[in-house]
Design a protein around this ligand. Sequence first.
Ligand code: MN
Length: 244
Amino acid sequence: MTTTQTTPSETSALAVLNRRDFIQASAGAALVFAMGNLPGSARAATVHTLPPLPFADTALDPVISANTLSFHYGKHHKAYVDNLNKLVTGTEFADMTLEKIIMATAGQADKAGIFNNAAQVWNHTFYWNSLKAKGGGEPPAALKQKIEAAFGTVDACKMELAKAATTQFGSGWAWLVLDADKKLQVVKTGNAELPLTKGLKPLLTIDVWEHAYYLDYQNRRPDYVNAVLDKLVNWGFAADNLGA
Ligand code: MN
């Protein structure tokens, strides 16, 4: 794990970069395929990669322990990346970016496996960037203004986020989003679902799957959510997402 900051859009750029490298590296092999001597496709696939965490694995302790991160990032997030690469190989989704795969498979029952893994890759990268050591506190001015316009106060916004996070039944996510009218909203989604497919722009998220908190908090989801909102939430990341 390194301290390099990687946002989901940078992840896509990284995937494209990896694809270019792969194309270059496999140019010789492609020539052989083009000559028709070997079976298989010469088309280079996009390889999805696990982005580095934007902080050290002990940085969020004690709110989120290194032990939780080792499973959540090192096992769960990694598994979504590995599964996605396996599922898209040789399909029409093989050379699509992560966002394109998500949009192309959303709501299609026969593509649920690809959607779930692609969305969970995206969601987790977005979640890591929604957290930082010594987070919480006051949002940057432009974001604070938008929060106050929508919720009255920053505390009221945090309460809405906490409510969404604690009332999401079963696995899912709580989100601060920008809607089509450029107004902030808090929404919750189940399982791998995400606001991108509903025309909402995500600003930050909190993972409320049990694997996000069970090692540190057991069944006390509200304690995890409130600790994240008070001590780890990365308002600067949300403000950056507002700006684009
Ligand atoms: Mn998770």
